[in-house]
Design a protein around this ligand. Structure first.
Ligand code: CA
Length: 368
């Protein structure tokens, strides 16, 4: 103890001011805590979506709004559309580097960073939205996703779901697997790989270029999302055969990733608020898609002459067989992908009988 501090301590004790001094310290501590409370934290969220893009972009904005409101304004989140701060496919790197604290996107875009990432959005003949949430939150899914993103300084979050997508728009009917031969179809990712094995030519085009490509005949078919988003793109003007189901994306999970350092710097209550806001929109987005898809589907059929069709069973059987082969081969390329796919595949095979006797049976019964 320095002589000055010793002197002050002695003097304080001698004057009977110990209690007063402690009281001052307490007030100072309270004052600085409330100053810290009032200090606003400014976060950025980069996204892979055009501004206010229905479902995906609006979902991302709702996460920001919930964080702002639930935190009483202690965190403000500014949302950036694709290209405003970073490009659509630079979201992962931007959040990893801390340029933004949050990123709203789809994990299958990051296959080039870590192959295992693609199993956390949707895979051909994989999990439905409900099953995906079951695997993520009550199976090993989230733990494995955290393991996959940890090396990049990222914490993953499930940030929405499109629900079951549509199989796509075709300018001719699909009556057998032979109809895929030579078919130029916009279908990115693993689904594209599967149709390639049927002799199709998969094409990867960004959303904004799909309509023109389909209308000009540069492609014969395309998948996009479902009635809500597909109607907005006007795809019904370029092709009339609208096929179900979206076997390649049975329930696509969106993501809201966080920069690990930014998250760990938050006090515990704000951490809980950020996670809760993301979790809220994870469920909310599915409700939005379900509500909007049904009205858009009705309009497409009743006002735009769209013919909704199902792929024949033997086509789906072949697609499933090829999908399982593609997935097994893809997963075998590295140990983490192998571990993630093994977990998800086992979960799918275990949950399928339950879904069949629950959702499957009631849907069948309701349509009798
Ligand atoms: Ca899609």
């Amino acid at each position: 103890m320095s002589s000055r501090r010793q002197f002050l301590a002695t003097a304080t004790a001698a004057l009977g001011l110990g209690a007063l001094s402690a009281c001052n310290k307490k007030e100072e501590a309270t004052a600085s805590a409330s100053a810290a409370k009032q200090e606003t934290i400014h976060w950025k969220m980069v996204t892979s979506w055009p501004a206010n893009f229905p479902g995906l972009g609006t979902g991302a904005s709702r996460i920001a709004e919930y964080i702002n409101t639930l935190s009483g304004g202690r965190i403000t989140v500014k949302v950036y559309a694709a290209g405003e701060l970073v490009g659509a496919l630079e979201v992962f790197d931007a959040v990893s580097a801390g340029t933004a604290q949050l990123g709203h996107s789809g994990a299958y875009y990051w296959k080039g960073k870590s192959r295992a990432a693609q199993f956390f959005s949707s895979v051909p003949f994989g999990l439905t939205a409900q099953e995906m949430n079951a695997w993520l939150f009550y199976g090993d899914g989230m733990k494995l996703w955290e393991e996959t993103y940890k090396p990049f300084g990222l914490i993953p979050g499930a940030g929405g779901n499109s629900g079951t997508q549509m199989g796509g728009w075709f300018n001719k009917e699909i009556n057998s697997v032979a109809d895929f031969k030579g078919l130029k179809m916009r279908m990115p990712g693993l689904g594209g790989e599967v149709i390639q094995r049927l002799g199709a030519i998969p094409v990867n085009l960004p959303g904004g270029e799909i309509f023109t490509a389909l209308q000009s005949g540069a492609i014969d078919a395309t998948e996009w999302v479902g009635p809500y988003n597909d109607q907005a793109f006007g795809l019904y003007k370029a092709a009339k055969n609208y096929y179900a189901p979206g076997w390649h994306e049975p329930g696509t999970t969106m993501e809201c990733m966080m920069n690990e350092k930014a998250y760990s710097d938050l006090p515990a209550d704000l951490q809980a608020i950020v996670k809760a806001a993301i979790r809220l929109v994870n469920h909310d987005m599915l409700a939005e898609y379900t509500a909007r898809n049904q009205s858009a589907l009705h309009e497409l059929e009743s006002q735009h002459g769209v013919k909704v069709k199902s792929f024949p069973d033997d086509v789906l059987r072949e697609l499933k067989k090829l999908s399982d082969a593609v997935l097994d081969e893809e997963a075998a390329k590295d140990p983490l992908s192998q571990k993630v796919w093994a977990s998800q595949k086992a979960f799918r095979d275990a949950v399928a009988p339950w879904t069949a006797v629950a959702e499957g049976a009631i849907i069948h019964a309701r349509n009798l």
